[in-house]
Every structure is written in structure tokens, then in C-alpha cells.
Ligand binder design. Structure first.
Ligand SMILES: Nc1ncnc2c1ncn2[C@@H]1O[C@H](COP(=O)(O)OP(=O)(O)OP(=O)(O)O)[C@@H](O)[C@H]1O
Ligand SMILES: [Mg+2]
Ligand SMILES: [Zn+2]
Length: 507
């Protein structure tokens, strides 16, 4: 007998329906798997066979053929174990076929437990789009699946439970309603970082607020212990709340990467990723035999923090450059190229020199001029070009660090950031651009209208400092953000003046 059940596959962010067909004919035992399965899919044979036996059914030792359609798309991973199991059970007449409207996802253990798989959220979304009404998923993936409305999600712990349910025991499984969805980061911990923890550093905080308000990348340079990492970690707390679409996209990436915690729903807080400087190129951009998003994409809609920037290999920096500019990473594979989104705010930190004390008011820098030059040269110029705001973060004074002054909270700062973003949303409506940092050259000319004395100031600086056209554009963009924060349509001299200071870093 021949049977057919539905499952789902994924390639990059793209999900697609997979038909799992099983045919059992007489003759000697053979288990063939066709339809471009990878090694993990082929191993499903062993797991399905063991699972059938171990839950008390007899395995059909005849000629079994399993076909995964469409046959021209490579099938990867262990997600097809469960649908193959169901298809074989139907073909062996151990289960009645009434699964036209259902899809199955999940890996099997030898004992028949259903194990978590990656990418359940995007797959369930696609299942709903394709008209599937019921989806049977691993228990551990139920939280992410239940985010999708308009489809019944059945969390399954093991195949015995599933067979009992299909055998008429309606209590064996229950559908998870969307309203039961648990958000993974709703509970606010007592120790969540906040800008009020950082004493003083008002200049740095101001620059960070501007960066957050306009979506600008930022580089902080300062001596060890001045608070650079501390400041960076708090940046997601002042970025605007994620929209539902942003949340869904980030959650999809975490789903595909297999990083959603048990029972978790949508990711609601902006990610903060801080890859170590020894990170490999594939770990940054993603890929692997079963492709997964890398650090760049895990920071999608959040902050990518590169601490100790000069320690990153030049090749690593080069890998990041294009994706940071384009907002997506492209990975080439035998089966074709795939892309993952990576719309990130880049935050980088470094010391001004190898010893860390160049420009320090008290401590002396012990580096040679050559060592300093080498250190600076380590940073890729093209990457630096993508950073609009560059600031010095000197150590806070004793008066500041002794903490007598009450510091502003992230919540207060975020209100101002939101206000500036609102102006940008209006400005760029329907253009695909979301913030000042991403303005095109034409938009920069159109939207950065200056008062006469502001234009005179930037002209004088351009000539005196020997600025490039690119630097000119960056100054305009940052000035645009500062003016937005001030509620000014036309850019004033003071806005240009402040924007100019953010090019003046000690590197
Ligand atoms: N302005 C500050 N307010 C409160 N605590 C601070 C401040 N600056 C530094 N600290 C304290 O010093 C510690 C070290 O700061 P942090 O790790 O951010 O320094 P850093 O600038 O990143 O140094 P490095 O260059 O060595 O990476 C913080 O964990 C915090 O306890
Ligand atoms: Mg640090
Ligand atoms: Zn030094």
C-alpha cells in the first residue's frame, strides 16, 4: 500500500512543503529513501524502525520505499523522522489515513520520543499559508509553533501518545491554543541592565543616545575599565520596542538556529550579540552542513557588539562589511545561495593604543609610535567607514564614579529615542528606509537642509580638515538625527558642530 503525509522543509529563511510518500510492496526487506535526502535524513530509517518496534508494533520487513517530494530540493536534518514514521505506519496498515489536513515535524529517538528540531516557527507559518489545519510538533517546540494563529498545534512527547490519539483516545494529546502563548522574555529580572547603573559618562551617553535615535553605528575608544562594555550592553534597553514583524523575524532566525528555549514564544527584546574576536567567518555569517544563521543574523534588529575591535582578524572584519551595509548575509552552497537578514546596529569598542593609556590625563602611554600605528592599522578602513559616530570614552572622574548623582534611566532615554524615530518614520514613509543612518545619497541631500551658518561651518571644516565626500554625508546624517532630537526641521549650526565632534576620535 502507498501512503502520503505532509511535512515541511527549510532553506535559508524560506520554508516549503514536503510530501513524504511511503510504499510497501512484497519481497525481501529493503528500506530505500529517495528525493535528495542528506545523511541525517537517510538515518531516519534506523530511527523509524527502532521506534516502531519499541512502541509495540511490528515493523513491516518488506520492500519499503520512502520518497520525499519535491525531489529536486535537498532535504536536510532529522525533521522528517516523524512524518516518515506516520507514512510507514499507514502504508503498513497499522494506522488509518485521515491526515490530509495535517503536517508532521520532529526527530525520533530509538525509543520513540519526539525530539526538538530547528526552524519550527517558519515551517508552521508556511504550513498555515499552504492550507494545513493541524500540525504535530515536538513538545519542546510547541511554544514557538503556537505563535502562529489559524492553525492547530499539537505538542507531541512521544509516538505512543500520538498513536493513542489517532486510535481514538482524544485525551492523549491536546491542542495548544495561541492565547496560551508564553513570551520568552516577559518576566523582567531584577538584574536587567539599565543606563542608570553607569555613573557619569554623560558625553558617551549622549553620543549613544544619538546613535540609537538615528540607527547609527558607533565606535568607543578608551582606557581599560572606563565602562565601554558596560555602556554597550545597555544600548538595547534604549532602542525602540520591536514591532510584531521585527519580533517575528528575529524569532524565526533563533528558531532556525535552534536557540529558542523550551516553551518560549516570540523574542520581544532586541538581541545583543557579542562575538569574541577569535570568531570564525562561518560562525559570523552562518552556514554549515545544515545551514544556520550566524552571529550577524542573531543580532538582527538588535546590537552587534565587537569588543576589542583591533583584535578581530582583518579577514573577519571584511566578512562583516558587506552584510552590515546591506542588512543581509548571503551564503553560497552547493544547493544554491541563501540569505539571512542582518539589520544590526554595530557597536564597537577599543583601547586607544596597545597599553590602553594614550591620551590618559595621568597614566603614561608606554607604546612606541610604531606599535600605536600598527594597532590602528589593524582596523579595516572600509569597516571604519561604516561607523558614523566615533567617540572617546575616558575614565569617569572620582566625583562621578563615587555615584552621588542620580543617573537617568534607560526608560527616560528611550522616550526621547522613540520621539526621534517617530519623526524618521514619517519622513521615510513608503521608501523602505527606516532611519537617518540608512538614508541614500539623494535622501541625504533632500532631507538635510541647513541654515546658512550651519552650511558655512561644514564648508569650513571640510576644507580645513580635508574631509571626504563620505565623511561629509555621515556628518550630515548625524546632524539630521541631532536636529530630529531637537524637533528642528532645518539643521542648525549647533547640530553640525556636535556632529563634527563625533569624527574626532583618538584613532
Ligand atoms: N562609569 C561607570 N559607572 C559605574 N561603574 C563603572 C563605570 N565605569 C566602569 N565601571 C566599573 O568598571 C567595570 C569595568 O567596566 P567595563 O568592562 O565596561 O570597561 P571597559 O571600558 O570595557 O574596559 P576594557 O577596555 O578593559 O574592556 C564595570 O563592570 C563597572 O563595574
Ligand atoms: Mg570591555
Ligand atoms: Zn599606549
Amino acid at each position: 500500500m502507498t501512503s502520503k503525509v505532509m511535512s515541511m522543509g527549510i532553506f535559508g529563511m524560506q520554508s516549503f512543503m514536503v510530501e513524504v510518500e511511503a510504499d510497501i510492496s512484497g519481497g525481501k526487506f529493503r528500506f530505500d529513501m529517495v528525493g535528495l535526502p542528506d545523511t541525517a535524513v537517510s538515518e531516519a530509517k534506523e530511527r523509524v524502525q527502532a521506534a516502531v518496534k519499541n512502541c509495540g508494533y511490528s515493523f513491516p520487513f518488506n520492500h519499503i520505499t520512502v520518497n520525499l517530494a519535491p525531489a529536486d530540493v535537498r532535504k536536510e536534518g532529522s525533521v522528517y523522522d516523524l512524518p516518515i514514521f506516520i507514512a510507514v505506519m499507514i502504508a503498513a496498515r497499522q494506522l488509518t489515513d485521515n491526515f490530509k489536513d495535517a503536517a508532521f515535524l520532529g526527530e525520533l529517538s530509538l525509543s520513540g520520543d519526539v525530539r526538538a528540531v530547528n526552524g519550527v516557527l517558519p515551517m508552521v507559518i508556511e504550513a498555515r499559508e499552504s492550507g494545513i489545519k493541524r500540525v504535530f510538533v515536538p513538545f519542546e517546540n510547541a511554544g514557538e509553533a503556537a505563535v502562529v494563529e489559524g492553525i492547530d498545534v499539537y505538542p507531541v512527547k512521544n509516538v505512543r501518545q500520538l498513536l493513542a490519539f489517532f486510535g481514538g483516545d482524544s485525551g492523549a494529546l491536546s491542542v495548544l491554543k495561541p492565547e496560551k502563548t508564553i513570551f520568552c522574555d516577559e518576566e523582567i529580572s531584577d538584574f536587567s541592565p539599565d543606563f542608570s547603573d553607569v555613573c557619569g559618562q554623560h558625553a558617551a551617553k549622549r553620543a549613544i543616545e544619538i546613535a540609537a535615535a538615528g540607527g547609527h553605528n558607533i565606535l568607543m575608544s578608551g582606557p581599560p575599565g572606563s565602562g565601554k562594555s558596560m555602556l554597550a550592553k545597555r544600548i538595547p534597553t534604549i532602542l525602540p520596542d520591536m514591532s510584531f514583524e521585527e519580533s517575528l523575524e528575529t524569532t524565526k532566525l533563533y528558531s532556525i538556529a535552534g536557540l529558542l528555549k523550551n516553551k518560549s514564544g516570540l523574542v520581544k527584546t532586541r538581541p545583543f550579540r557579542s562575538p569574541h574576536h577569535t570568531v570564525s567567518a562561518p560562525a559570523l555569517s552562518g552556514g554549515g552542513s545544515i545551514p544556520k544563521p550566524g552571529e550577524l543574523s542573531l543580532a538582527h534588529n538588535g546590537v552587534l557588539f565587537l569588543d576589542e575591535l583591533p583584535e578581530f582578524q582583518r579577514t573577519t572584519m571584511e566578512v562583516m562589511r558587506q552584510p552590515i551595509e546591506d542588512g543581509e548575509v548571503t551564503i553560497s552552497r552547493v544547493a544554491g545561495t541563501l540569505t539571512y537578514p542582518c539589520n544590526v546596529m554595530l557597536v564597537a569598542a577599543m583601547n586607544p593604543c596597545p597599553c590602553g593609556y594614550l591620551g590618559h590625563p595621568v597614566k603614561e602611554c608606554t607604546c612606541t609610535a610604531a606599535a600605536r600605528a600598527r594597532y590602528r592599522n589593524k582596523i579595516s578602513g572600509p569597516l571604519l567607514d561604516r561607523i558614523d559616530i566615533q567617540i572617546d570614552v575616558p575614565a569617569a572622574s572620582y566625583r562621578e564614579i563615587s555615584g552621588s548623582q542620580k543617573e537617568e534611566s534607560s526608560k527616560e532615554i528611550k522616550i526621547r529615542v522613540n520621539r526621534a524615530r517617530e519623526i524618521q518614520r514619517e519622513r521615510f514613509k513608503g521608501t523602505g528606509v527606516t532611519c537617518n543612518a540608512n538614508m541614500t545619497a539623494v535622501q541625504t541631500r533632500n532631507y538635510c537642509v541647513m541654515e546658512d551658518d550651519a552650511a558655512a561651518l561644514i564648508k569650513r571644516s571640510y576644507d580645513a580638515l580635508g574631509l571626504s565626500g563620505r565623511t561629509f554625508d555621515k556628518i550630515l546624517k548625524v546632524a539630521r538625527t541631532i536636529a530630529d532630537m531637537d524637533g528642528c526641521d532645518i539643521i542648525k549650526r549647533e547640530h553640525i558642530f556636535e556632529a563634527l565632534t563625533y569624527k574626532n576620535v583618538n584613532i
